[in-house]
Design a protein around this ligand. Structure first.
Ligand code: FAD
Length: 428
């Protein structure tokens, strides 16, 4: 089963059953109105909303549905972007930043509605300050969110009060986001697949798009065994898109992040007593959630590039033991990793030209934002609204430099240094 064989190592825990999406690998010549490349949340949500609007839509997925980040993530659904609210305000000004924040709130509500009752929705997410600096950052972010964006569904907590909700070893207070929630990411993939198919979209697994070409106003998307011809193409293939768009890494750098899942234990429910999930302000960016069957999923670390460094699993287990010492003895059932598409400013990179729409740069916030993107794309193609332009008109020039420059910049800025220190010590 695909989800049991993802990177690093599996220790045989049963994974949710694989969504049976495929109408077979794509073979032959097919005319469609829209061809969507990639069956993660962005591609599936696009296909769902287009099919609901009556568009003949074909999805080509290189591997299995949810094979990318959508089947591997931490399941936290929260408003906002990778850029903090105050950074958003500084960068875009109050009006634009408020409009984007409003869209992100809409994205959370839309995700919740689509996930329905089949995705283990679990409310409330904690943002945990690791130190005084983190505490001040959270307070500033909460103030902008409440006072500038008018979003009051978040409350600050001191260390005592936060400690009753989430039992992490060391913390300096933080906030609890009542609008945010957690879900089972793979069940959400399966739900979107079902909804898109019911609406009439055709979804083909094991069908990598190899080439995109446009002639006389029509796009041709070639696979090894056929081609789809369509007026519109939506490229929703994230950063691992096998060279379909050569500038991908300039727009969004691939950063590998790591996750593990423990065996079930009542201690997990005690550690996350009053929140479904949480994340912290450390450079390693720890994130965690409790699953419906009483396991802890714990993620963190980040490594610039596509290749996982050796000992990443060891690093992550050590980090988990530091954050949740009371859970350190729990056997680890599964470990895996995935790629996050990181932009320089934490904002997505959407583009639209000549019938080609690109969706990239969700920066670890893609459950809700990629879901909403599907609606925005369908509305744009159907001429219902041009809210997609709120994103396509963002400054698209703040991109990454060359590959070497990008890696260096990420290594300095991001969570890589703490991993690097660990790897150096571990191999000494
Ligand atoms: C470990 C981890 C934890 C995360 N935690 C969270 C979280 O808690 N909350 C949150 O909001 N976000 C989180 N994210 C980010 C979130 O998962 C992504 O933003 C989101 O899934 C992106 O969806 P997508 O559809 O753009 O990309 P993907 O899900 O990566 O889908 C792209 C698809 O395109 C396919 N593809 C690639 N090339 C081709 C081709 N040539 N032809 C056909 N198909 C192709 C791939 O196989 C893949 O299935 C996390 C990500 C990771 C990796």
């Amino acid at each position: 089963m695909y989800f049991d064989t993802i990177d690093l190592r599996s220790r045989g825990a049963s994974a949710p059953s694989q969504p049976r999406a495929s109408q077979g690998g794509f073979v032959g010549l097919r005319n469609a109105e829209v061809c969507v490349v990639g069956a993660g949340y962005a591609g599936l949500s696009t296909a769902l909303h287009l099919a609901q609007a009556g568009y003949d839509t074909v999805v080509l997925e290189a591997h299995k549905v949810g094979a990318g980040a959508s089947g591997r993530n931490g399941g936290q659904v929260m408003p906002g972007f990778a850029a903090d609210p105050h950074a958003l305000q500084d960068q875009l000004g109050v009006r634009k930043a408020t409009a984007l924040w409003g869209l992100s709130v809409e994205a959370v509500a839309k995700t919740r509605a689509l996930a329905g009752t089949t995705c283990d929705i679990d409310p409330k997410v904690a943002i945990v300050a690791a130190d005084q600096t983190g505490s001040a950052e959270i307070a500033r972010a909460v103030a902008v969110r409440r006072d500038v964006f008018g979003d009051r569904q978040i409350a600050l907590h001191d260390a005592d009060s936060l400690g009753r909700a989430v039992g992490v070893a060391t913390q300096q207070g933080g906030a609890i986001d009542a609008r945010a929630f957690a879900l089972d990411p793979r069940k959400y993939v399966r739900t979107l697949v079902q909804l898109a198919r019911d609406a009439g979209a055709a979804i083909h697994e094991d069908s990598p798009a190899l080439r995109l070409a446009r002639a006389n106003g029509v796009w041709t998307v070639e696979t090894a065994t056929g081609c789809v011809r369509a007026a519109h193409v939506v490229l929703a293939a994230n950063v691992d898109n096998a060279g379909l768009a050569s500038d991908t890494d300039r727009l969004a750098a691939p950063v590998r992040t790591f996750m593990l899942e423990t065996s079930p234990s009542p201690l997990v429910g005690q550690a996350l007593a009053d929140v479904a999930a949480g994340y912290d302000t450390t450079a390693s960016l720890h994130y965690y959630r409790r699953t419906a069957d009483g396991r802890l999923q714990f993620g963190g670390g980040g490594w610039p590039g596509r290749i996982a460094p050796p000992l990443a699993g060891l690093y992550l287990r050590r980090e988990m033991a530091r954050v949740f010492p009371q859970l350190a003895h729990l056997p680890v059932a599964r470990e895996w990793s995935g790629l996050v598409d990181v932009t320089t400013d934490g904002l997505p990179r959407f583009a639209r030209a000549d019938g080609l729409i690109r969706l990239l740069g969700f920066c670890g916030h893609g459950i809700a934002l990629a879901t909403l993107a599907g609606q925005l794309v369908a509305d744009a193609i159907d001429d219902q609204s041009d809210r997609l332009a709120l994103f396509t008109r963002l400054d698209q020039t703040r991109n990454w430099p060359t590959a070497a420059g990008r890696t260096a910049q990420l290594a300095i800025q991001s969570f890589a240094p703490s991993m690097a220190r660990f790897l150096k010590l571990a191999s000494a």
